[in-house]
Design a protein around this ligand. Structure first.
Ligand code: NAD
Length: 370
Protein backbone atom coordinates (compact mmCIF):
# COMPACT_ATOMS: atom_id res chain seq x y z
CA UNK A 1 0.00 0.00 0.00
CA UNK A 2 2.75 2.38 1.10
CA UNK A 3 4.90 1.44 -1.91
CA UNK A 4 2.11 1.99 -4.36
CA UNK A 5 1.39 5.40 -2.85
CA UNK A 6 5.07 6.31 -3.12
CA UNK A 7 5.13 5.09 -6.69
CA UNK A 8 2.05 7.20 -7.44
CA UNK A 9 3.60 10.33 -5.93
CA UNK A 10 6.92 9.81 -7.68
CA UNK A 11 5.28 9.27 -11.01
CA UNK A 12 3.11 12.39 -10.72
CA UNK A 13 6.12 14.44 -9.69
CA UNK A 14 8.15 13.15 -12.62
CA UNK A 15 5.37 13.61 -15.14
CA UNK A 16 5.14 17.35 -14.47
CA UNK A 17 8.54 17.71 -16.13
CA UNK A 18 8.60 14.88 -18.61
CA UNK A 19 8.94 17.12 -21.63
CA UNK A 20 9.50 15.14 -24.82
CA UNK A 21 12.75 15.69 -26.67
CA UNK A 22 12.72 18.67 -29.02
CA UNK A 23 13.19 17.78 -32.64
CA UNK A 24 16.07 20.01 -33.64
CA UNK A 25 15.65 22.98 -35.93
CA UNK A 26 18.53 23.74 -38.24
CA UNK A 27 21.23 26.01 -36.91
CA UNK A 28 19.80 26.16 -33.38
CA UNK A 29 22.15 25.93 -30.40
CA UNK A 30 21.89 22.72 -28.40
CA UNK A 31 22.23 21.62 -24.80
CA UNK A 32 24.58 19.06 -23.31
CA UNK A 33 26.76 17.01 -25.67
CA UNK A 34 24.63 14.57 -27.63
CA UNK A 35 21.40 16.34 -26.69
CA UNK A 36 18.94 17.29 -29.39
CA UNK A 37 17.21 19.84 -27.20
CA UNK A 38 17.43 23.49 -28.09
CA UNK A 39 18.77 25.84 -25.40
CA UNK A 40 16.98 29.00 -24.24
CA UNK A 41 19.44 31.90 -24.27
CA UNK A 42 18.51 34.42 -21.60
CA UNK A 43 19.65 37.94 -20.73
CA UNK A 44 19.18 38.95 -17.09
CA UNK A 45 17.90 42.50 -16.56
CA UNK A 46 18.74 43.81 -13.07
CA UNK A 47 21.59 42.11 -11.25
CA UNK A 48 20.38 42.23 -7.65
CA UNK A 49 19.72 39.66 -4.96
CA UNK A 50 17.15 37.52 -6.72
CA UNK A 51 18.95 37.67 -10.08
CA UNK A 52 21.98 36.15 -8.35
CA UNK A 53 19.86 33.24 -7.14
CA UNK A 54 18.42 32.74 -10.62
CA UNK A 55 21.86 32.92 -12.25
CA UNK A 56 23.27 30.28 -9.87
CA UNK A 57 20.25 28.02 -10.47
CA UNK A 58 20.66 28.31 -14.25
CA UNK A 59 24.09 26.67 -13.93
CA UNK A 60 22.22 23.38 -13.29
CA UNK A 61 19.70 23.85 -16.10
CA UNK A 62 19.77 21.41 -18.98
CA UNK A 63 18.30 23.84 -21.48
CA UNK A 64 19.08 27.39 -20.36
CA UNK A 65 22.17 29.56 -20.72
CA UNK A 66 22.84 33.16 -19.67
CA UNK A 67 23.92 34.96 -22.81
CA UNK A 68 23.23 38.59 -21.90
CA UNK A 69 23.42 40.95 -18.93
CA UNK A 70 21.74 44.31 -18.31
CA UNK A 71 22.70 46.50 -15.37
CA UNK A 72 23.27 50.13 -14.40
CA UNK A 73 26.50 49.20 -12.64
CA UNK A 74 29.53 48.72 -14.95
CA UNK A 75 31.45 46.76 -12.28
CA UNK A 76 28.62 44.23 -12.01
CA UNK A 77 28.53 43.80 -15.77
CA UNK A 78 32.24 43.05 -15.68
CA UNK A 79 32.23 40.62 -12.75
CA UNK A 80 29.01 38.82 -13.76
CA UNK A 81 30.23 38.77 -17.36
CA UNK A 82 33.36 36.88 -16.47
CA UNK A 83 31.55 34.64 -13.95
CA UNK A 84 28.86 33.53 -16.42
CA UNK A 85 30.90 33.79 -19.63
CA UNK A 86 28.89 36.64 -21.18
CA UNK A 87 31.00 38.54 -23.74
CA UNK A 88 31.29 42.33 -23.61
CA UNK A 89 29.15 42.83 -26.69
CA UNK A 90 26.23 41.14 -24.91
CA UNK A 91 26.38 43.40 -21.85
CA UNK A 92 24.05 46.41 -21.74
CA UNK A 93 22.99 49.24 -19.45
CA UNK A 94 19.49 50.62 -18.79
CA UNK A 95 19.87 53.24 -21.52
CA UNK A 96 20.97 51.02 -24.39
CA UNK A 97 19.37 47.64 -23.71
CA UNK A 98 16.90 48.10 -26.58
CA UNK A 99 19.87 46.91 -28.65
CA UNK A 100 19.25 43.33 -27.49
CA UNK A 101 17.02 43.35 -30.57
CA UNK A 102 20.16 43.11 -32.72
CA UNK A 103 21.69 40.30 -30.67
CA UNK A 104 21.08 36.88 -32.27
CA UNK A 105 22.39 35.11 -29.14
CA UNK A 106 19.50 36.26 -26.93
CA UNK A 107 16.02 34.65 -27.06
CA UNK A 108 14.49 36.12 -23.90
CA UNK A 109 15.11 38.82 -21.30
CA UNK A 110 14.37 38.05 -17.63
CA UNK A 111 13.33 41.24 -15.78
CA UNK A 112 14.38 41.10 -12.10
CA UNK A 113 14.14 44.74 -11.02
CA UNK A 114 11.90 46.61 -8.53
CA UNK A 115 8.20 46.19 -9.36
CA UNK A 116 7.60 49.73 -10.65
CA UNK A 117 10.14 49.22 -13.46
CA UNK A 118 8.62 46.01 -14.86
CA UNK A 119 6.06 47.54 -17.19
CA UNK A 120 8.30 49.93 -19.09
CA UNK A 121 11.16 47.43 -19.27
CA UNK A 122 8.86 44.66 -20.50
CA UNK A 123 7.49 46.91 -23.24
CA UNK A 124 11.03 47.82 -24.37
CA UNK A 125 12.05 44.14 -24.45
CA UNK A 126 8.92 43.26 -26.43
CA UNK A 127 9.63 46.04 -28.93
CA UNK A 128 13.12 44.54 -29.33
CA UNK A 129 11.29 41.33 -30.33
CA UNK A 130 12.59 39.18 -27.49
CA UNK A 131 10.44 37.04 -25.21
CA UNK A 132 9.79 38.62 -21.82
CA UNK A 133 10.14 36.77 -18.52
CA UNK A 134 9.11 39.12 -15.72
CA UNK A 135 9.34 38.74 -11.97
CA UNK A 136 6.29 38.87 -9.75
CA UNK A 137 4.32 41.00 -9.28
CA UNK A 138 4.15 41.35 -13.05
CA UNK A 139 3.32 45.07 -12.68
CA UNK A 140 1.86 47.58 -10.21
CA UNK A 141 -1.77 47.08 -11.22
CA UNK A 142 -4.04 45.40 -13.77
CA UNK A 143 -3.95 48.38 -16.14
CA UNK A 144 -0.17 48.13 -16.44
CA UNK A 145 -0.44 44.36 -16.84
CA UNK A 146 -2.84 44.80 -19.74
CA UNK A 147 -0.43 47.21 -21.45
CA UNK A 148 2.38 44.65 -21.13
CA UNK A 149 0.22 41.88 -22.57
CA UNK A 150 -0.81 44.11 -25.50
CA UNK A 151 2.81 45.11 -26.23
CA UNK A 152 3.98 41.47 -26.25
CA UNK A 153 1.07 40.43 -28.44
CA UNK A 154 1.76 43.25 -30.90
CA UNK A 155 5.43 42.26 -31.08
CA UNK A 156 4.65 38.54 -31.46
CA UNK A 157 6.64 37.56 -28.37
CA UNK A 158 5.61 35.66 -25.26
CA UNK A 159 5.25 37.11 -21.80
CA UNK A 160 5.95 34.82 -18.82
CA UNK A 161 5.91 35.55 -15.09
CA UNK A 162 8.52 34.10 -12.71
CA UNK A 163 6.04 31.90 -10.83
CA UNK A 164 8.65 29.33 -9.77
CA UNK A 165 6.19 27.34 -7.64
CA UNK A 166 4.20 26.34 -10.71
CA UNK A 167 7.16 24.08 -11.51
CA UNK A 168 7.85 22.91 -7.96
CA UNK A 169 7.41 19.17 -7.43
CA UNK A 170 5.48 19.04 -4.13
CA UNK A 171 3.17 21.85 -5.24
CA UNK A 172 2.39 20.15 -8.54
CA UNK A 173 1.88 16.79 -6.77
CA UNK A 174 -0.81 18.33 -4.55
CA UNK A 175 -2.46 20.06 -7.51
CA UNK A 176 -2.60 16.70 -9.33
CA UNK A 177 -4.08 15.00 -6.27
CA UNK A 178 -6.77 17.69 -6.15
CA UNK A 179 -7.44 17.27 -9.87
CA UNK A 180 -7.78 13.52 -9.37
CA UNK A 181 -10.38 14.07 -6.66
CA UNK A 182 -8.26 12.91 -3.69
CA UNK A 183 -9.53 15.76 -1.50
CA UNK A 184 -13.11 15.67 -2.76
CA UNK A 185 -14.96 18.92 -3.27
CA UNK A 186 -12.71 21.77 -2.14
CA UNK A 187 -14.20 23.83 0.68
CA UNK A 188 -11.40 25.85 2.23
CA UNK A 189 -7.93 27.25 1.66
CA UNK A 190 -5.72 29.12 4.05
CA UNK A 191 -2.67 31.01 2.74
CA UNK A 192 -0.36 32.74 5.18
CA UNK A 193 2.55 34.64 3.64
CA UNK A 194 4.90 36.97 5.39
CA UNK A 195 8.25 37.86 6.84
CA UNK A 196 9.66 40.60 9.02
CA UNK A 197 11.16 43.21 6.73
CA UNK A 198 14.53 44.78 7.59
CA UNK A 199 16.13 47.97 6.23
CA UNK A 200 13.39 50.65 5.99
CA UNK A 201 15.23 52.46 3.16
CA UNK A 202 15.01 49.54 0.70
CA UNK A 203 12.82 49.82 -2.42
CA UNK A 204 10.31 47.31 -1.00
CA UNK A 205 9.34 49.95 1.59
CA UNK A 206 8.81 52.71 -1.00
CA UNK A 207 5.39 52.85 -2.60
CA UNK A 208 6.80 54.46 -5.73
CA UNK A 209 9.07 51.50 -6.49
CA UNK A 210 7.14 48.65 -4.85
CA UNK A 211 3.58 49.71 -5.70
CA UNK A 212 2.44 48.92 -2.17
CA UNK A 213 3.83 46.92 0.71
CA UNK A 214 3.75 43.29 1.83
CA UNK A 215 0.81 42.38 -0.41
CA UNK A 216 2.67 43.22 -3.65
CA UNK A 217 5.78 41.39 -2.52
CA UNK A 218 4.81 38.38 -0.41
CA UNK A 219 1.02 38.39 -0.08
CA UNK A 220 0.87 37.70 -3.81
CA UNK A 221 2.00 34.14 -3.00
CA UNK A 222 -1.20 33.56 -1.01
CA UNK A 223 -3.26 35.13 -3.83
CA UNK A 224 -1.64 33.00 -6.52
CA UNK A 225 -1.56 29.91 -4.26
CA UNK A 226 -5.28 30.19 -3.46
CA UNK A 227 -5.99 30.01 -7.19
CA UNK A 228 -3.77 27.02 -8.02
CA UNK A 229 -4.66 25.12 -4.85
CA UNK A 230 -8.45 25.59 -5.10
CA UNK A 231 -8.29 25.27 -8.90
CA UNK A 232 -10.89 27.98 -9.58
CA UNK A 233 -10.91 31.74 -10.11
CA UNK A 234 -12.30 33.80 -7.22
CA UNK A 235 -15.49 35.79 -7.73
CA UNK A 236 -15.34 38.09 -4.71
CA UNK A 237 -12.84 39.60 -2.29
CA UNK A 238 -13.10 41.15 1.17
CA UNK A 239 -10.06 42.57 2.96
CA UNK A 240 -8.97 44.43 6.08
CA UNK A 241 -5.72 46.22 6.80
CA UNK A 242 -3.93 46.28 10.13
CA UNK A 243 -1.08 48.72 10.72
CA UNK A 244 0.71 48.49 14.06
CA UNK A 245 3.64 50.69 13.00
CA UNK A 246 2.56 53.64 10.81
CA UNK A 247 5.93 55.30 11.37
CA UNK A 248 7.73 52.47 9.61
CA UNK A 249 4.98 51.51 7.15
CA UNK A 250 4.18 54.81 5.46
CA UNK A 251 1.04 55.75 3.56
CA UNK A 252 0.46 53.24 0.75
CA UNK A 253 2.91 50.67 2.14
CA UNK A 254 0.82 47.93 3.71
CA UNK A 255 2.16 46.12 6.74
CA UNK A 256 -0.52 43.47 7.28
CA UNK A 257 -3.63 42.67 5.26
CA UNK A 258 -6.12 39.89 5.93
CA UNK A 259 -8.17 38.98 2.88
CA UNK A 260 -10.82 36.48 1.95
CA UNK A 261 -11.65 35.11 -1.49
CA UNK A 262 -14.87 33.42 -2.56
CA UNK A 263 -14.88 30.80 -5.32
CA UNK A 264 -17.75 29.78 -7.61
CA UNK A 265 -17.81 26.20 -6.27
CA UNK A 266 -18.48 27.48 -2.76
CA UNK A 267 -14.91 27.28 -1.42
CA UNK A 268 -13.53 30.20 0.56
CA UNK A 269 -9.94 31.25 1.15
CA UNK A 270 -8.74 33.06 4.23
CA UNK A 271 -5.33 34.67 3.79
CA UNK A 272 -2.81 36.85 5.55
CA UNK A 273 -0.07 39.00 4.06
CA UNK A 274 2.47 40.70 6.32
CA UNK A 275 5.86 42.37 6.63
CA UNK A 276 5.75 42.08 10.39
CA UNK A 277 5.90 38.38 11.35
CA UNK A 278 8.66 35.85 10.97
CA UNK A 279 8.40 32.40 9.39
CA UNK A 280 4.87 32.90 8.09
CA UNK A 281 4.70 30.54 5.12
CA UNK A 282 1.81 28.09 5.24
CA UNK A 283 -0.83 26.72 2.87
CA UNK A 284 -3.71 24.54 3.98
CA UNK A 285 -6.30 23.08 1.61
CA UNK A 286 -9.34 21.16 2.78
CA UNK A 287 -12.02 19.35 0.86
CA UNK A 288 -14.86 17.03 1.76
CA UNK A 289 -12.56 13.96 1.60
CA UNK A 290 -9.15 15.12 2.69
CA UNK A 291 -6.55 17.82 3.17
CA UNK A 292 -3.12 19.04 2.06
CA UNK A 293 -0.80 21.12 4.16
CA UNK A 294 2.43 22.83 3.13
CA UNK A 295 4.76 24.54 5.58
CA UNK A 296 6.96 26.03 4.34
CA UNK A 297 4.89 26.44 1.22
CA UNK A 298 6.50 29.16 -0.91
CA UNK A 299 10.04 29.81 0.36
CA UNK A 300 13.07 28.63 -1.58
CA UNK A 301 12.75 25.20 0.00
CA UNK A 302 12.99 22.42 0.71
CA UNK A 303 9.23 22.75 1.09
CA UNK A 304 7.39 20.35 3.35
CA UNK A 305 4.03 18.87 2.44
CA UNK A 306 1.65 16.31 3.83
CA UNK A 307 -1.87 15.22 3.13
CA UNK A 308 -4.43 13.04 4.93
CA UNK A 309 -2.53 10.15 3.30
CA UNK A 310 0.81 11.11 4.85
CA UNK A 311 4.02 13.00 4.13
CA UNK A 312 4.92 13.77 0.50
CA UNK A 313 8.23 12.09 -0.08
CA UNK A 314 9.50 13.98 -3.12
CA UNK A 315 13.09 15.23 -3.39
CA UNK A 316 13.86 18.95 -3.42
CA UNK A 317 15.19 20.45 -6.63
CA UNK A 318 16.19 24.13 -6.79
CA UNK A 319 12.98 25.89 -7.82
CA UNK A 320 14.57 28.29 -10.26
CA UNK A 321 16.35 25.45 -12.08
CA UNK A 322 13.03 23.67 -12.62
CA UNK A 323 11.36 26.95 -13.54
CA UNK A 324 13.92 27.93 -16.16
CA UNK A 325 14.09 24.48 -17.77
CA UNK A 326 10.28 24.47 -17.74
CA UNK A 327 10.20 27.89 -19.38
CA UNK A 328 12.66 26.69 -22.04
CA UNK A 329 10.29 23.82 -22.87
CA UNK A 330 7.42 26.28 -22.97
CA UNK A 331 9.10 28.90 -25.16
CA UNK A 332 11.03 26.55 -27.45
CA UNK A 333 8.76 23.52 -27.69
CA UNK A 334 5.34 25.04 -26.95
CA UNK A 335 4.86 22.81 -23.88
CA UNK A 336 2.20 23.82 -21.36
CA UNK A 337 2.98 23.70 -17.64
CA UNK A 338 0.40 22.29 -15.22
CA UNK A 339 -0.47 25.82 -14.06
CA UNK A 340 0.05 28.64 -16.59
CA UNK A 341 2.85 31.17 -16.13
CA UNK A 342 1.81 33.54 -18.90
CA UNK A 343 0.87 37.22 -18.82
CA UNK A 344 -2.84 36.39 -18.43
CA UNK A 345 -1.99 34.46 -15.28
CA UNK A 346 -0.02 37.44 -13.94
CA UNK A 347 -2.89 39.76 -14.84
CA UNK A 348 -5.42 37.69 -12.85
CA UNK A 349 -3.29 38.13 -9.73
CA UNK A 350 -2.97 41.87 -10.41
CA UNK A 351 -6.77 42.18 -10.67
CA UNK A 352 -7.10 40.45 -7.31
CA UNK A 353 -4.42 42.70 -5.75
CA UNK A 354 -6.30 45.76 -7.07
CA UNK A 355 -9.53 44.41 -5.57
CA UNK A 356 -7.88 43.70 -2.20
CA UNK A 357 -6.62 47.28 -1.98
CA UNK A 358 -10.05 48.57 -3.05
CA UNK A 359 -11.71 46.40 -0.38
CA UNK A 360 -9.33 47.72 2.30
CA UNK A 361 -10.00 51.33 1.28
CA UNK A 362 -13.77 51.01 1.01
CA UNK A 363 -14.49 48.36 3.61
CA UNK A 364 -16.74 46.77 0.99
CA UNK A 365 -16.84 43.41 -0.72
CA UNK A 366 -15.45 43.62 -4.27
CA UNK A 367 -16.82 41.43 -7.04
CA UNK A 368 -14.30 40.00 -9.50
CA UNK A 369 -14.44 38.95 -13.14
CA UNK A 370 -11.23 37.13 -14.08
P1 NAD B 1 17.17 43.71 -5.22
O1 NAD B 1 17.03 45.03 -4.55
O2 NAD B 1 18.06 42.70 -4.60
O3 NAD B 1 17.63 43.90 -6.73
C1 NAD B 1 17.05 44.86 -7.58
C2 NAD B 1 18.02 45.20 -8.68
O4 NAD B 1 17.43 46.21 -9.50
C3 NAD B 1 19.35 45.77 -8.15
O5 NAD B 1 20.41 45.21 -8.85
C4 NAD B 1 19.23 47.26 -8.46
O6 NAD B 1 20.49 47.85 -8.71
C5 NAD B 1 18.38 47.25 -9.71
N1 NAD B 1 17.69 48.51 -9.94
C6 NAD B 1 17.53 49.06 -11.16
N2 NAD B 1 16.90 50.23 -11.07
C7 NAD B 1 16.63 50.44 -9.77
C8 NAD B 1 15.98 51.47 -9.07
N3 NAD B 1 15.45 52.54 -9.70
N4 NAD B 1 15.87 51.35 -7.73
C9 NAD B 1 16.35 50.28 -7.09
N5 NAD B 1 16.98 49.25 -7.72
C10 NAD B 1 17.13 49.34 -9.04
O7 NAD B 1 15.69 43.14 -5.36
P2 NAD B 1 15.28 41.62 -5.66
O8 NAD B 1 15.02 40.93 -4.38
O9 NAD B 1 16.27 41.02 -6.58
O10 NAD B 1 13.87 41.83 -6.38
C11 NAD B 1 13.76 42.14 -7.76
C12 NAD B 1 12.43 41.60 -8.31
O11 NAD B 1 12.42 40.19 -8.14
C13 NAD B 1 11.18 42.12 -7.61
O12 NAD B 1 10.16 42.32 -8.53
C14 NAD B 1 10.81 41.02 -6.64
O13 NAD B 1 9.43 40.96 -6.34
C15 NAD B 1 11.26 39.78 -7.43
N6 NAD B 1 11.62 38.64 -6.55
C16 NAD B 1 11.07 37.44 -6.82
C17 NAD B 1 11.38 36.35 -6.03
C18 NAD B 1 10.80 34.99 -6.34
O14 NAD B 1 10.98 34.07 -5.55
N7 NAD B 1 10.16 34.82 -7.49
C19 NAD B 1 12.24 36.50 -4.95
C20 NAD B 1 12.80 37.74 -4.71
C21 NAD B 1 12.49 38.82 -5.52
Amino acid sequence: MKNSRRHFLQSIAASAFAFPVWSAAEGAPYGAAGSQERVLRVALLGLGGYAKRVAEAIKDCKRVKITGLISGTPDKLKSWGSLYGVPENSRYNYENFDRVGDNPDIDAVYIITPNALHKEQAIRVARAKKHVICEKPMALNAKEGEEMIAACKAAGVQLLVGYRLHFENKTTAIIRMRQEGEFGRIRFFQGLSGFKIGDPSQWRMQKKLAGGGALMDIGIYAVNGARYMVGEEPIWVTAQETKTDPERFKEGVDETIQFQLGFPGGAVASCLSTYNMSYLDRFFLNGEKGFAEMQPSTGYGPLKARTHKGELDIPHVTHQTLQMDGMAALLLDGKKPLVPVDGEEGLKDLKILDAIYAACASGKKQMLKL
